[in-house]
Design a protein around this ligand. Structure first.
Ligand code: SF4
Length: 124
């Protein structure tokens, strides 16, 4: 038994999840700034790669919410490594959809704006 009853180890395990939440928040904040006219060159370069990637899917909010609801326990347990979960459904571009990555499950427009995020397939 450790001196702290495993508390330090448990808290260290939370750090990647906190980092992921910070990245998600940063991504959406910078996406909003980008829509307001601020230029993020690295996001444009990343987007060009994502746009031609076979791992892009187009989901309506309700479709993503359904996947999230079906996988909520695994999502919470693996927030920092969502690529380990089964892929998102593959859907074509339609009206009222958003771009997601099949592999990391991220909203692509937010992910590309988060400086610390990396493509899980190492494409950028
Ligand atoms: S994050 Fe990577 S794997 Fe996902 S769509 Fe973009 S380039 Fe493809």
């Amino acid at each position: 038994m450790s001196c702290c009853g495993g508390k330090i180890k448990q808290e260290l395990g939370i750090i990647p999840k906190v980092r992921k939440i910070k990245n998600i928040a940063e991504g959406f904040a910078k996406l909003a700034a980008s829509r307001a006219g601020i230029d993020f060159k690295y996001a444009k370069e990343r987007f060009a790669v994502c746009q031609s990637c076979e791992n892009i899917t187009w989901l309506k909010d309700v479709e993503f919410a359904t996947w999230l609801n079906e996988n909520k326990i695994e999502v919470l347990k693996n927030l920092e490594s969502l690529e380990t979960l089964s892929d998102l459904p593959i859907k074509p571009h339609r009206a009222l959809t958003r771009k997601y990555c099949l592999k990391c499950k991220c909203n692509i427009m937010a992910k590309i704006h988060s400086k610390e995020e990396k493509c899980t397939e190492e494409k950028w």
